[in-house]
Design a protein around this ligand. Structure first.
Ligand code: PMP
Length: 399
């Protein structure tokens, strides 16, 4: 998801002369329907009926018995809920253990766990900037980064996608300003990686901090899945901060910010999504810790996810489909229109394959896509099945 405009009126709707104050919602719904952009909820069955290339469970760990047992054990020991915000009653030994092990695994000095990756991004961006400071944000950044920029009240300059020169130029145009640049490490729409080395150089040349959302890099990139910043040799640097989600490779829920100890201490005191939010549920903390330990014990998992992505990409593009070469585990296949993307995904589903479907406003360039998750645990025959189904149902001519 990215910084495309929100799917709601940009200006306040006209005041109703008569009738319900929500009548404007019907007009919005009609507009969405006409544009093929209606979204609906579909409950997931407990026992999967479809081959899943739609979830973010990159390493296939969500149902791992160690993880579900850790979640259940944590709930039994610490209770179903965190009982309060982290600063009051919501911190358990599990949270502290998870923070220590996450920081050590990814190569950072310290970590702070949040109730979601969304909250972690809001925390990092709002606590590390202020009115009068500057945030330079990639045009393809995730919606939670966009919202963090908005909430921060800092001046936000949106720069072209994956362009360190544009970041350097923008920072250079604001000498003396407190500044940070923020980027996804792997962009959720096309699965391409950010030029982290170039971004770090641009920031360093201008005394700015670098904040990187490694939601799609943890568990997939870097040695043993230590993430994109570890892979780039930037983990633990004094001017670098990472944000994470625990909901993808680690098979749990929640988020984290990793960085220098003084940054983490500052977040404890200043980040509103830490201070005013109930802490991460113990079950989620326990599950994330078990996921992290599994990842540490199986350093081949990350490479397996990347290899599955490379195979999916090679076979789909060889048949004539258009997809950016994946840098991690997201493979994004272009569709001719939102309507055709929805039908394509529905046809895949009817044939037993679950795929994601990205449409405006979740795509920065207005191009709809099928979004495939290359899970590390997919077998060769499942990859064959996925490729055959996508090609058979393709609205684009394929060979
Ligand atoms: N950042 C990115 C790049 C994401 O893809 C997501 C989740 N889709 C988030 C942040 C938010 O993480 P969470 O779902 O844990 O709130």
């Amino acid at each position: 998801m990215s910084q495309a405009p929100p799917d709601r009126p940009l200006a306040a709707p006209p005041a109703p002369a008569l009738g319900s104050p929500f009548d404007w919602i019907d007009a919005e719904a009609r507009r969405r329907a006409a544009a093929g952009l209606v979204r609906t909820l579909r409950p997931r069955p407990a026992v999967p009926e479809l081959l899943d290339l739609a979830s973010n469970d990159y390493l296939g760990l969500t149902h791992h018995p160690d993880i579900t047992a850790a979640a259940a054990g944590a709930a039994r020991r610490w209770g179903a809920g965190a009982t309060g915000s982290r600063l009051v009653t919501g911190t358990t030994e599990l949270h502290a253990e998870l923070e220590r092990e996450l920081a050590a695994f990814c190569g950072f000095e310290a970590a702070l766990v949040f109730s979601s990756g969304y909250a972690a991004n809001l925390a990092a961006l709002t606590a590390l900037s202020a009115r009068g400071s500057l945030i330079v944000s990639d045009a393809g950044n995730h919606a939670s980064i966009v919202d963090g920029c908005r909430l921060s009240r800092a001046e936000t300059a949106v720069v072209p996608h994956a362009d360190p020169d544009a970041v350097a130029k923008t920072l250079g145009a604001h000498p003396g300003r407190q500044a940070l640049a923020v980027s996804d490490s792997v962009f959720s729409v096309d699965g391409d990686a950010a030029p982290l080395t170039g971004l770090a150089a641009a920031c360093r040349a201008h005394g700015a901090a670098l904040v990187v959302d490694d939601a799609h890099g943890l568990g997939v990139l870097g040695e043993g899945g230590r993430g994109a910043l570890h892979a780039a040799g930037l983990a633990g640097d004094p001017d670098v901060v990472a944000t994470l989600t625990l909901s993808k490779s680690l098979g749990s829920q929640g988020g984290a910010v990793l960085g220098p100890a003084r940054v983490i201490e500052h977040l404890v005191n200043a980040a509103r999504t830490f201070i005013f939010d109930t802490g991460l549920a113990p079950a989620a903390a326990g599950a994330a810790l078990a996921g992290l330990r599994l990842l540490r014990g199986e350093p081949g998992l990350a490479g397996r996810a990347r290899a599955v992505a490379a195979t999916l990409h090679a076979r789909l593009t060889a048949a004539g489909l258009t997809a950016v070469r994946p840098d991690a585990a997201v493979v994004s296949v272009r569709a001719p229109s939102p309507e055709q993307a929805v039908k394509w995904a529905a046809d895949c589903r009817a044939e037993g394959l679950a795929v994601g479907c990205f449409r405006p406003p979740s795509v920065p360039d207005g191009i709809s896509r099928l979004r495939l998750t290359a899970r590390a645990d997919l077998t060769e025959s499942q990859v064959d099945q996925a490729v055959a189904t996508i090609l058979r149902t393709s609205p684009v001519a394929v060979s």
